[in-house]
Design a protein around this ligand. Structure first.
Ligand code: ADP
Ligand code: MG
Length: 609
């Protein structure tokens, strides 16, 4: 027989429904999830769930929500029919459902009976079997909706084979319900399995719902978390460091009210708790993240269990930061909302919110402000005043190791040195100073600061190791394979430079510390830069020979940029530090960090004799 190509034909609707149903309805727990979410979307205050035979025999979900009009009942069981997407906008989804797939999918693989009564109407009922809809008929029922699902997967024995025992499926149903109940503590639930009441909870406070469902012992308390940053908020309850479990099962997340099992949030929790609980143990928590609907895509998973954040890094950082700050509050000092700064602008944890403008922070490597000598440069309109700074840590001395640095020299003790007294800044890039001998000094602020930072890094390294500063927000950075390998290979050397990194999953690296001198530097940018630097000399030069290049790149990331407004004391401190630092007169590329024009030079330039 000549077997030509088989003709292409459209699949019958019934088959399409069953294919789609397979994605949405994997097992009885999925039916319960979809039905309860529908009840929540319908504004129910009270939801009853009951099942038999692990949900395969029967599942019943009843609610007191808005109901469905009789004439809409057939549509409710029709694929891609929904009341929840008023427009065509998938960017702003506010309901749990929106795909119009759940009821038709269930109807395609079970016998379904849907009874509903909206306010001001009588009840009506529709049945469906294996996807075929029956007629709408009048019924007697209270306000709200009842869905009865029987003989799940009766028409798809293949699917049934993949299921576990009824007892196990029942446990999965309860796990799903626990998730949903934690996400909606303001809704009352009654749950019954095999004719037995499993749990009954009134509408209640979130912590009461949590304690009941987590089975906390007396004395086991959880801490409240409330943090916000801009339009993103994190609320919920977390276990203190002393309370943990062997499994991570009791970690529940909602995103805009939707119960999700999101890897990003799980990772954030792991990172936040890493240092406070024993390895292999897991915190318990219920966290809800709220953000503008357009900042998160919920349409990435047929069962909608995962979401995608538009700004993953930011969300992860925000969650880690909020948890860490909360965990850092000593027990007993715990107050109900320690850092919710409602009404304040993005200031839930001031020390974590990275100032957007470089002007707002002190120069890296320079400590808290001290009483300044001289006047403060008055900041321009709309600009935050730059903080005065002093040098932190001993400066490397031209004379050798171990000597105390002269970092106080800028504080008025010994007066200005050869680089003089700063007169001001030009083009927010150069410091102009007048030396005691009348010379005019012009300093390139970025080149100078970079040089100082580099020399300090080198001095610390030579003394046995650069001081490391643990990151408040451990950062995970993704790399290409070669870059990642280069960094991992160099990790022991980098650790001596105060940069502690470790492999973290497929293509990622976890940054634990930065050199203290680089405070405020962007770890991701620094690492990318270092990866490139390390690879430049690969195979040609040994790693230790690339130390200079690495130090230089580090210094660059930790140094004040051109364009940063400096106060008078900051400028003075920079000049004094330059005077006490060897090789401060040129940057490591040999370009000068400052120019000095003596009165004789000036006379010559002006053609005076
Ligand atoms: P979706 O929830 O994605 O809209 P479903 O197939 O789950 O799709 O439900 C289809 C429609 O049936 C819903 O949009 C809603 O209008 C209606 N519906 C389903 N369950 C309920 C309920 N418990 N109460 C009120 N209306 C419901
Ligand atoms: Mg739905």
């Amino acid at each position: 027989m000549a077997a030509g190509p088989a003709p292409i034909r459209r699949l019958p609707e019934r088959v399409i429904d069953r294919i789609a149903a397979g994605e949405v309805i994997e097992r009885p727990a999925a039916v319960v999830k979809e039905l309860v979410e529908n009840a929540l979307d319908a504004g129910a205050r009270h939801i009853t769930v009951a099942w038999r035979g692990g949900g395969l025999e029967e599942i019943v979900v009843r609610d007191d929500g808005v109901g469905i009009r009789a004439e809409d009942l057939p549509l409710a069981l029709t694929r891609h029919a929904t009341s929840k997407l008023p427009g065509e906008d998938l960017e702003r989804i506010l309901t749990l459902g929106f795909r119009g797939e759940a009821l038709p999918s269930i109807a395609a693989v079970a016998r379904l009976c849907l009874t509903s009564r909206p306010e001001g109407a009588t009840a009506a009922r529709i049945t469906a079997e294996g996807g075929a809809l029956g007629e709408v008929a009048p019924a007697a029922a209270p306000f709200g909706t009842e869905v009865v699902v029987r003989d799940l997967f009766y028409a798809t024995p293949a699917r049934r084979k993949f299921l576990r025992s009824p007892r196990h499926e029942g446990e999965l149903i309860f796990e799903t319900l626990r998730r949903l109940m934690l996400a909606a503590p303001d809704v009352a639930f009654a749950v019954e399995s095999e004719g037995r009441c499993l749990v009954e909870r009134p509408a209640e406070a979130p912590e009461a719902r949590l304690a009941a469902l987590f089975g906390l012992e007396p004395g086991e308390e959880v801490w409240e978390v409330a943090a916000e940053s801009g339009e993103v908020a994190l609320n919920g309850f977390i276990s203190p460091p002393a309370l943990h479990r062997a499994s991570a099962r009791l970690q529940y997340f909602t995103v805009n009210g939707r119960a999700v099992q999101d890897p990003l949030l799980r990772l954030a929790v792991r990172l936040a708790y890493r240092e406070v609980i024993p390895p292999g143990r897991h915190p318990l928590l219920v966290l809800s993240l709220t953000l503008p609907p357009e900042a998160v895509d919920v349409n990435v998973h047929p069962a909608k269990l995962e979401v995608r954040f538009r700004e993953e890094e930011r969300i992860r950082g925000f969650v880690i930061g909020a948890l860490r700050r909360r965990l850092a509050v000593p027990a007993g000092a715990a107050v109900s909302r320690p850092f919710s700064a409602r009404g304040g602008r993005a200031s839930f944890v001031p020390s974590l919110s990275r100032p957007e403008r470089a002007e707002a922070r002190a120069l890296p490597g320079f400590a808290e402000p001290r009483p300044a000598f001289g006047g403060r440069a008055s900041p321009g309109a709309g600009e935050e005043p730059a903080r005065p700074f002093v040098l932190a840590g001993p400066a490397p001395q031209a004379g050798g190791e171990g000597q105390e640095g002269r970092e106080e020299s800028g504080e008025g003790g010994s007066g200005p040195g050869p680089l003089g007294t700063p007169l001001g800044q030009i083009a927010t890039t150069y410091i102009v100073a007048c030396a005691a001998d009348g010379a005019l000094v012009i300093v390139d602020q970025h080149a100078a600061h970079e040089r100082l930072t580099e020399e300090r890094l080198r001095a610390e390294w030579a003394r046995g190791g650069v001081r490391a500063q643990p990151l408040l927000l451990p950062t995970v950075v993704e790399f290409g394979e070669a870059e990642r390998a280069a960094l991992i290979e160099a990790a022991p050397e980098l650790a001596k430079l105060g940069l502690e990194i470790e492999p973290f999953g497929g293509r990622s690296i976890l940054v634990r510390t930065l050199p203290a001198l680089l405070e405020g530097a962007d770890p991701a940018a620094l690492l990318r830069d270092l990866a490139a630097t390390l690879r430049e000399g690969e195979g040609v030069t040994a790693l230790h020979e690339r130390l200079d290049a690495v130090l230089h790149r580090m210094a660059c990331h930790g140094s004040v940029r051109a364009g940063r407004r400096l106060s008078q004391p900051e400028m003075a401190a920079l000049l004094r530090a330059m005077e006490s630092t060897p090789r401060a007169s040129t940057c490591s590329h040999g370009r000068p960090t400052y120019l000095r024009l003596s009165p004789a030079d000036l006379a010559r330039l002006f053609g005076r004799r």
